[in-house]
Structures are given as structure tokens and as C-alpha cells.
Design a protein around this ligand. Structure first.
Ligand code: KIV
Length: 271
């Protein structure tokens, strides 16, 4: 009998790409080492999303997220991930200017965090940048539909792709896949459009509010655990109410301290 525990092989962007039409890809975000360890045990892909700005730093949108924040959280998450494919978001302003700007910042994310791929937002207009990165050794995940970094142009966090706009978003997803993206996130689209794009493009679609026809699903981990409760988008399923449990525990602690019930004898040290 071997004393070495069995280790699952590390999933790569190519492995995720090969899941097209197979078992759906399970993906969650993570921003810290302890959460990354939990997500890594169960999921295929861990995303260090720029949602970190809103979820952990209390920012009003993702627009204030910096490269330094993504490097810091990317490194923390990388320490907790052994099995899943690790993707780090490119923050607003770090890639839109030119393929060269994107290359510099994506290379920094790979080199300084140990992630295997980057994700960037935008459709056909980002295809040239995606091809530039992929041909130079940087796997890219696309993101179309509701792209939160464009919230000021989109006029809010609304469902995208209703009516004729659906064709444009389908074209955006196709352009990214043709440019070499290994997967494309579809955010907040009508279910029928999510299914149509998933049937049309050759790489896995990872849905968030884009219906069950996608090739995989992603959620913000703090949303599905009920920790981030400032608002709850319709597409989030709450698997736990950890925010409620934490508030109860913290109130009980404060009450114990004020009433001298904590610390008890078992929490102290003898001479
Ligand atoms: O920033 C993020 O967490 C994301 C996912 C929700 C897709 O982009």
C-alpha cells in the first residue's frame, strides 16, 4: 500500500476547453487562501474575479480594482489551489488600450500569481487582443453579455441580449472563440440566447445568469454562501445563509464578553 495520498492532476485551460459537450464545468470565484482550498476540492475552475473589489473591499463597482489588488488576491488564491484551473481577471484599464498593454499586464498576472490564464471583458472589439495573447502563450477566457466593467455604458446591471441585441452578443462570443479563447463567460442573458450561443461556438460557455444550456456555471462564492448580502441577483442560488450565522455568532460573542461569560476557565492558562 502506498503512503502517498492520491493527488488529482492539475486541470489546464486545454482540459477545460476539451469539456465542450461533456460534463458541465463547475466554477466559483475565490479571493483568499482558505476559500480557495474549499473551492479547489470541488470545482474544476477557480476564478479570482474582479468582483473582489465589491465583495471584499466594499467598492461600489469593479471599476476601482487595480492590478495590485488582482496580484495580491491571485497570489493568495494560488496558495490554496492544487487541482482546479486558476484564472485571474484583468482589471478595468489594464488591457483595453492595445494588445501590447494587455500582454504586459497579462504576463505580470501569470508571472506574479502563478495563474494559468486570464479573463477579460468585451466582444468582437477584443478579438485581436485575445489572438495576440494566445499566440504569445497566454490562455484567455472571454466574457460577454453583461460586462460589469462597462456598467456606465450599459446603464446598469441589466439583462443583455434581449431582442435584436442577441445577434450582436452571439457574434461577440463567436469572435472570441475564433480568436482562440479557451472558454467564454456569458453573463445575464435570456436562457434561449445562452443555449443558442453554447450550441454555436466551439469552446465551453460558462454561464452566470445565462441558463442551463451553458457548458458550465460560475457564481461569486460569497453570493452562493450568503456572506455577501448587500444585494442578491435573481440568478444566484443561496446554498447557505452564512452571513446570518456569522451575525448570530458575533452578537453572541459580544453579549458573552459584556456579561463575563467569555472567556471561561477552559480558555485560560495555568501558571
Ligand atoms: O468578477 C467576477 O467575479 C466575474 C464572474 C462573476 C464571472 O467576472
Amino acid at each position: 500500500m502506498s503512503a502517498t495520498p492520491e493527488r488529482k492532476p492539475r486541470l489546464t485551460p486545454s482540459d477545460i476547453r476539451a469539456r465542450k459537450g461533456g460534463v458541465p464545468v463547475a466554477c466559483l470565484t475565490a479571493y483568499t487562501t482558505p476559500m480557495a482550498k474549499l473551492v479547489d476540492r470541488a470545482c474544476d475552475l477557480v476564478l479570482v474575479g474582479d468582483s473582489v473589489g465589491m465583495v471584499l473591499h466594499g467598492l461600489p463597482s469593479t471599476l476601482g480594482v487595480t492590478m495590485e489588488m488582482m496580484v495580491l488576491h491571485g497570489r493568495a488564491v494560488a496558495r490554496g489551489v492544487d487541482h482546479a484551473c486558476l484564472v485571474v481577471d484583468m482589471p478595468f484599464g489594464s488591457y483595453e488600450e492595445s494588445p501590447q498593454q494587455a500582454m504586459r499586464n497579462a504576463a505580470r498576472l501569470l508571472a506574479e500569481t502563478g495563474c494559468q490564464a486570464v479573463k477579460l471583458e468585451g466582444g468582437r472589439h477584443m478579438a485581436e487582443t485575445v489572438a495576440f495573447l494566445v499566440t504569445r502563450g497566454i490562455p484567455v477566457m472571454g466574457h460577454v453579455g453583461l460586462t460589469p466593467q462597462a456598467v456606465n455604458v450599459l446603464g446598469g446591471y441589466k439583462v443583455q441580449g434581449r431582442g435584436a441585441d442577441g445577434d450582436r452578443i452571439a457574434d461577440d462570443a463567436a469572435a472570441l472563440a475564433e480568436a482562440g479563447a479557451f472558454a467564454v463567460v456569458l453573463e445575464k442573458l435570456p436562457e434561449a440566447l445562452g443555449t443558442r450561443i453554447s450550441r454555436q461556438i466551439a469552446v465551453p460557455t460558462i454561464g452566470i445568469g445565462a441558463g442551463a444550456g451553458c457548458d458550465g456555471q460560475v457564481l461569486v462564492v460569497d453570493d452562493m454562501l450568503g456572506i455577501f448580502s448587500d444585494f442578491k441577483p435573481k440568478f444566484v442560488k443561496r446554498y447557505e445563509e452564512q452571513g446570518v450565522a456569522a451575525a448570530r455568532a458575533i452578537a453572541a460573542y459580544a453579549d458573552d464578553v459584556r456579561n463575563r461569560r467569555f472567556p471561561a476557565a477552559e480558555h485560560g492558562f495555568s501558571e
